[in-house]
Design a protein around this ligand. Structure first.
Ligand SMILES: Nc1ncnc2c1ncn2[C@@H]1O[C@H](COP(=O)(O)OP(=O)(O)OP(=O)(O)O)[C@@H](O)[C@H]1O
Ligand SMILES: Cc1ncc(C[n+]2csc(CCOP(=O)(O)O)c2C)c(N)n1
Ligand SMILES: [Mg+2]
Ligand SMILES: [Mg+2]
Ligand SMILES: [Mg+2]
Length: 328
């Protein structure tokens, strides 16, 4: 494979945005930001063996997810994704065709948001494939859906359903078996092709005040990030955490609770807003067919995340979940 030839192959033939002055082909990309918008930038990396296994995910799925997880961070900032850059470290175990398919997976998702690929980097590596995606987005300058914006008595909410991705991973890794094929397909797809909650993020961005986070490391971990940043506490009602009918159907045989609380990679949004604004948020989401659920309340009485379980007992939800250097 030739480095320059490869770059030419992944170079887009056209840009959606007229604000891109220089895309792929020079030392850096140049784009003109929109007046009165803030630029919002994030980067997340996926590593073969850590975030995906080559024999269990297609190259398209890997590309799709590498971009989706970054769009999810942009959504959590109440912003819209515009541009992306891709850095890829390639070992000899990957063919050029497979690499092009990774880009096809990203292109499939980026075209739904009309995002432009404006740059990146291509290097060789000795062992595992590493893909790093940077996404640049924009939000109107008043938007501030930050982790430290929670206040006493806020409603804690979450979009979608929680735990599916992690259960899907357990199926992929053959940690569990004899699951009905329809349920398997649903859960594995939730793991391989997470849907970033951009539209929900846009609705939340228009509230007077909201704290927001996306769920990458697990619900317990992200809730703890919100309370740490806001210097408050939370009481979460376990029975109110939304769980898909597919995951629910497994509860008699498997411990679905560990997937729901600590699994991660749901890429749903979790946040808080005032009681008054909650009704408005719920209605706006319902109108757009977006699932959003109240799961608890913020309190200034302590600095922990407490979970009221099905027996009415309060337990502390620790910040455990996915941690690269200290897992489980
Ligand atoms: N190596 C690093 N150097 C500089 N900043 C970093 C580094 N790693 C993380 N950060 C910053 O730390 C903050 C938290 O990063 P983190 O990766 O935990 O968030 P996240 O992307 O929402 O979570 P996840 O990576 O699980 O999706 C972000 O502001 C991020 O830019
Ligand atoms: C093969 C394989 N083993 C384990 C996992 C689970 N996993 C990996 S990283 C992560 C948290 C988010 O990552 P980050 O914090 O880097 O954004 C999770 C839950 C997986 N996806 N694939
Ligand atoms: Mg990150
Ligand atoms: Mg995040
Ligand atoms: Mg992230």
């Amino acid at each position: 494979m030739d480095e320059f030839d490869f770059i030419n192959k992944v170079k887009p033939t056209r840009n959606f945005s007229k604000q891109v002055m220089v895309g792929i082909g020079d030392d850096a990309a140049v784009y003109q930001p929109t007046n009165s918008y803030n630029q919002v930038v994030c980067v997340d990396t996926m590593v073969e063996g850590v975030h995906f296994l080559k024999n269990l995910s297609s190259p398209q799925d890997i590309g799709y997810k590498a971009l989706a997880v970054n769009i999810s961070d942009i959504a959590a900032m109440g912003a819209l994704p515009l541009y992306y850059l891709v850095s890829i470290a390639i070992p000899s175990t990957w063919t050029e065709d497979e690499l092009i398919q990774i880009y096809e997976g990203m292109e499939e998702l980026s075209s739904t948001y009309k995002m432009d690929l404006i740059g990146g980097d291509t290097v060789s590596t000795s062992d595992k494939l590493v893909i790093t995606v940077t996404v640049i987005g924009e939000a109107e300058s008043h938007v501030q859906t930050l982790r430290n914006k929670a206040e006493d008595r806020d409603i804690v909410f979450v979009t979608g359903t929680i735990g599916d991705s992690s259960a899907g991973l357990s199926i992929l890794l053959e940690e569990i078996e004899n699951i009905h094929p329809t349920i398997q397909n649903y859960l594995v797809n939730r793991h391989k092709r997470p849907i970033a909650q951009v539209e929900a993020g846009q609705i939340i961005a228009e509230l007077e005040r909201a704290s927001l986070n996306d769920i990458s490391d697990g619900l317990a971990s992200e809730l703890n990030e919100l309370v740490e940043a806001s210097k408050l506490g939370m009481i979460i009602n376990e029975e109110h955490i939304p769980v898909s009918k597919e995951l629910r159907s497994m509860q008699d045989v498997y411990d679905i609770k560990k997937w729901i609380l600590y699994g991660g990679e749901d890429f749903e949004l979790v946040g808080t807003t005032s009681e008054r604004e909650w009704d408005k948020l719920k209605q706006a989401c319902t109108d757009r067919n977006i699932t959003i659920t109240k799961i608890g309340v913020v309190t200034n009485q302590h600095h922990n995340v407490l979970l009221k379980n099905r027996n009415g007992q309060m337990i502390q939800l620790k910040k455990s979940g996915y941690n690269h250097f200290n897992n489980k």
